[in-house]
Design a binder for this molecule. Structure first.
Ligand code: URA
Length: 289
């Protein structure tokens, strides 16, 4: 095999690996001829690039001195050997949302980060009475580093607006704070596995503790099953208030907006859930099962 053939083979293998990880779009405007100008050894940064923090989400730039200094450094030597234990310890050590975001960015216990462009931590107003929890970032969310910005996110914004809530509202009573079970996009937008959801659960629980919402709106199977430790599907769970065991926060399970886009006839039930959330915000008693 000539040197060129060998280079060709390793470039093709690298390309196949990226496709395997879920790469589905080019990031440069023009193709780069790697035969003509072999790039200097360029290693992927250990920490993925920082999402632009917007609309009330705490900014956590890479290398941000304050966040770095405050970041809990008490990580086990190798989170890869015992990622669940490492996740719990790292999450518990985060004292602020910024520290939590930075800890999640650095967490090496999952390879999902290797295939993602940006950490998708949260959007909206920390301190909002309502915390919305979805599944995992999709392609748009991954590109922009913000949850729920694609078609499903636009529907979510309209659903929230229908009950007087928005990500941008300065008043915590009218605001929503939005996150996902997974902070990294799964390759090819696949549904997160239960093992992935379980691995990131300690981060989500700490996120809930730090954001301290009055109510959680859990969208779809992934957050409902992760937060209530049940295998019951969303069709049976929706509209039935639950209590989050670790924080005591009431959870309202409802359909995921991506599902509503595929099954618009389900919007009627979703609307009932939204009205129940509105009523709870207005003081109606909730009786979690
Ligand atoms: N679906 C989700 O569950 N979360 C997002 O952020 C986007 C789509």
């Amino acid at each position: 095999m000539t040197a060129r053939e060998s280079l060709e083979e390793s470039l093709l293998a690298a390309l196949a690996w990226q496709i395997e990880l879920g790469a589905d779009e080019a990031i440069l405007d023009a193709p780069q001829d790697r035969f003509a100008a072999p790039a200097p050894a360029e290693s992927r940064a250990p920490v993925p690039p920082v999402a632009p923090a917007t609309r009330g989400t705490p900014a956590v730039p890479r290398g941000h001195a304050g966040a770095a200094a405050a970041t809990p450094d008490a990580r086990p030597a190798s989170p890869r050997d015992a990622p669940e234990g490492a996740a719990a310890a790292i999450a518990a050590a985060a004292g602020t949302l910024e520290e939590l975001a930075e800890a999640m960015r650095r967490f090496e216990g999952s390879d999902l980060r290797l295939g993602a462009k940006n950490l998708v931590f949260a959007d909206g107003r920390p301190g909002a009475r309502v915390m919305v929890i979805g599944e995992a970032p999709g392609a748009e969310e991954d590109r922009l580093g913000r949850p729920f910005v694609g078609r499903a996110g636009q529907l979510l914004d309209r659903m929230l607006a229908a009950i007087g809530l928005s990500r941008e509202a300065p008043d915590p009573g009218e605001a929503a704070y939005i996150t996902n079970v997974l902070p990294w996009r799964p390759p090819g937008n696949r549904t997160p596995s239960s093992a992935e959801a379980a691995l990131f659960l300690p981060f989500l629980v700490r996120h809930i503790e730090l954001a301290a919402p009055d109510f959680i709106l859990a969208l779809g199977n992934t957050p409902v099953q992760a937060l209530t430790a049940t295998a019951t599907g969303i069709t049976r769970m929706r509209g039935r208030w639950q209590r989050h065991a670790a924080t005591g926060c009431p959870i309202l399970p409802s359909f995921h907006p991506a599902y509503l886009l595929r099954s618009p006839e389900k919007k009627r039930e979703s609307w009932r859930d939204l009205l129940a959330l509105r009523a709870a915000l207005d003081g109606a008693p909730v009786a979690p099962e």
